[in-house]
Design a protein around this ligand. Sequence first.
Ligand SMILES: [Zn+2]
Length: 205
Amino acid sequence: MNRAIFLDRDGTISTKEGIHEHPEYVELFPFTIDVIKKINQSPFLVIIATNQAGIGRGYFPVEKLIESFKKVQNELIAKDTYINGFYYCPHREDATIDKYKIKCACRKPGSGMLLKAAQDFDIDLENSYMIGDTMADIGAGLNAGLKTGLVLTGDTVMQKDEVETFHPDFIFPNIEQAVDTILSLENFSGLKKEIKKDLFFIREC
Ligand SMILES: [Zn+2]
């Protein structure tokens, strides 16, 4: 089986600036490209799992989101690195667009996106990680049985009582320190990773 580091998008690999006004543009943090390259060079897959209820609320169309994923991937490929898969949930119970108005098991803290990726990529979830900046990210990771890391780069940093409820395994200033720590802790013997960038894909839950 494969192992993966799942990353949230907004507030984790990229800023939350302007994402509703310009959803096709995603501004990666300065360290993000190097971090993803380090994961590529390890046996871990790197997979994005992102709630995008702005689609269900009519803030922007799904095409803009897809465009943003492709732009990020192209930016990475230009630096000889890549993300294996992008999973997103456009749903929310109070969505204004009918087809997105459902209580979805994929919406974090639901674990649906992680479980789908596990099927697609044959991932050993127990030995994988979920890293994000909100309690929804930590909850999703816990619900799917992953190890979890909270990063403090988002604008919705968890409150103390939330940290006590959700118990992230690690708290890091950012994904650079998160991934450096995880890779330094791991023993990679006997693991496989045969999936390459030509199998990269985008999947709606
Ligand atoms: Zn969904």
